[in-house]
Design a protein around this ligand. Sequence first.
Ligand SMILES: [Zn+2]
Length: 246
Amino acid sequence: MKSELSKLVELQKTDTRIRQLKNNIETAEERRATLEQEFEQHASSIREIQNTKKEAEEKKTDLENRIADAKTQLDRANRNLTTATDTKQYEAAMREIDALNKQVSGHETEILEQLEIIDETDKVLDERADEINNLESDWEKKLKDFEKELRSNKREYNKLTKEREAVFSDISPRLAAVYNRLITRSRDGIAVAEVKNSTCSACFMSLRKQMIVLLKTTDEILTCESCTRILYVDNSEEEQSEATAS
Ligand SMILES: [Zn+2]
């Protein structure tokens, strides 16, 4: 038959896990929303680059059309120049040619600027190609994993809640009352604290040597002098670490 202490340790482990699962389930909506937000931000940062490239391409096409128009006008102005019959007509044609040439060279400079933007965005899109191609599928997988874990958390929660009842009913009423009092009082839900490195793992108080010896050699219910929680030493871990040391 199990000692009272080991039953309490089991109860505590169950309660700690239940608490963790409950928290996971309760925060699921919030955590899912955060994941969605992260994905949206990620996707929109990529869309932004793609849009910048698209805009530059559209501007470039527009400038090319303007150059074509200007060149048609230039042809006409050149014809006017050759057919000019007086100085006035000649000068007017020259002025038009001059203005159109300036327009063309201005547009050409602007095209170079747009080409630079296209090059830069292409480079970034190229570098991030894998990420962009897998964005949707990665996201779907992440969401699927999330839902899977949540379902498993809910199943485990239901199972442990039932098991907990059995463990709890097996503990003497006096200790059950002590346990309940400690657990409702503590913010972290710890009533039974493990001793690690001769310290109470709940309040981090160093324990007296005599207390450690008692904890290691008896199954008595001993409490921390500082936080009053029930203490225990995980002997299996002690033995393991001793075995590794020697
Ligand atoms: Zn303590």
